[in-house]
Ligand binder design. Structure first.
Ligand SMILES: NC(=O)c1ccc[n+]([C@@H]2O[C@H](COP(=O)([O-])OP(=O)(O)OC[C@H]3O[C@@H](n4cnc5c(N)ncnc54)[C@H](OP(=O)(O)O)[C@@H]3O)[C@@H](O)[C@H]2O)c1
Length: 331
């Protein structure tokens, strides 16, 4: 069996470290669908996993990468045929099973999504988990009654992967978007994606009281901590806040007031565990009416497997705005 390259994460006395190495197919975690990987992407979680900054992997060693897109090489599941274009995001990739930072991968058939018409493999991985999660937030919020007339949507961590797509998607859908970003250099970028204002978090001037002046129709929060706690107090009647990330920290200090006096909803969004029916629906929408008009503008750079450690470092040091695509094979 031909060897191939992968970024494999090992454990050394409780500390995770990543290494580019050759391996063979029979070393991969099992699955019914074997794919030739063309693209993956870099997400915050990937950077935490490969650098050991976060305890992400449930077993060692595993190949990193929570996103993958490629061609089916062989399948023992009749739903998939050799040559078919497919993708997968989350579903335990790079966490319980080998992930997308590998030239070849075996996937459980139940985690595989046929590439929807309207997207190329490359576009699907510029989107990846970040684009999927932004769309999941939009879907959760609109299902719960969010509408542009309710007021502007605050997006925190706006220049990151999820934040960039959320800025673009909500603005494309007719919402006013207020982008909260700590990156001065990303102001023009976020305005180009549709933000009406770009404000550093410290300058949002949000108050400490359980209920403050209603300023936002809703919010998409990527950072957690104090910013999320304060945001809840500023959301208008029946507004929704999608709780996505914890780039600042995982704490949430709030009172019941926004929920019982303004009908505000705090909505969870777990891209990793999104049920298959909703997963298919969201990918279909991302390929059609929700397809970001400025997908290429959100692409920060394209890297190869050998460049990944530098990409993780840049992401964790807040040097990136938008998305990093990983090209593993040419289409
Ligand atoms: N729930 C889910 O299913 C799901 C899916 C994907 C991601 N996530 C989580 O969502 C968050 C964003 O993910 P991503 O892939 O978009 O990451 P990313 O590209 O690194 O973006 C994170 C953004 O958060 C801001 N940020 C970073 N460190 C911060 C800090 N210490 N304090 C305050 N803000 C900080 C930065 O935005 P500015 O510089 O613009 O302020 C950064 O660009 C992460 O916590 C990730 O784990 C969750």
């Amino acid at each position: 069996m031909n060897p191939f390259w992968a970024l494999r994460i090992h454990d050394s006395n409780g500390t995770a470290f990543a290494k580019l190495q050759q391996m063979t197919r029979n070393e991969l975690t099992i699955g019914e669908v074997t794919i030739e990987v063309h693209y993956s992407s870099v997400n915050y979680k990937d950077a935490l996993a490969a650098t050991g900054r976060g305890k992400i992997l449930k077993q060692f060693p595993l190949n990193g990468g929570i996103d993958v897109a490629g061609h089916v090489l062989e399948s023992t599941d009749p739903r998939f045929k050799p040559g078919q274009k497919v993708l997968a995001n989350g579903m335990g990739l790079g966490e319980n099973y080998d992930g997308g930072y590998s030239e070849v991968l075996r996937l459980h058939a139940d985690s595989v999504v046929p590439l929807p018409d309207g997207l190329t493999l490359r576009e699907s991985m510029i989107l990846g988990t970040a684009g999927f999660t932004a769309a999941l937030a939009l879907s959760r919020m609109e299902t719960n009654g969010q509408a542009p007339e309710m007021g502007p949507i605050l997006i925190t961590g706006a220049s990151g992967g999820v934040g960039s797509f959320a800025t673009q998607l909500f603005s494309q859908k007719g919402y006013e978007v207020i982008a909260a970003s700590g990156k001065h250099e990303a102001i023009k970028y976020l305005k180009d994606l549709g933000a009406s204002q770009v404000i550093p978090p410290a300058e949002l001037a949000m108050g400490p009281r359980p209920l403050e002046k209603a300023r936002f129709g809703g919010a998409v929060d990527n950072v957690g901590g104090k910013l999320l706690s304060q945001t809840l107090a500023h959301v208008n009647l029946w507004g929704n806040v999608a709780c996505i990330g914890m780039a600042e920290n995982a704490n949430l200090d709030t009172t019941v007031m926004p929920f019982i006096l303004r009908g505000v909803s705090l909505l969870g969004a777990s891209s990793n565990n999104t049920p298959m029916k909703l997963r298919h629906e969201i990918w279909k929408r991302l390929a059609t009416e929700w397809k970001p008009k400025q997908l290429e503008r959100i692409l920060a750079r394209t890297v190869e497997l050998k460049d990944l450690m530098q990409a993780f470092d840049d992401l964790l040091h807040r040097k990136v705005h938008g998305r990093i695509l990983v090209q593993i094979r040419k289409d």
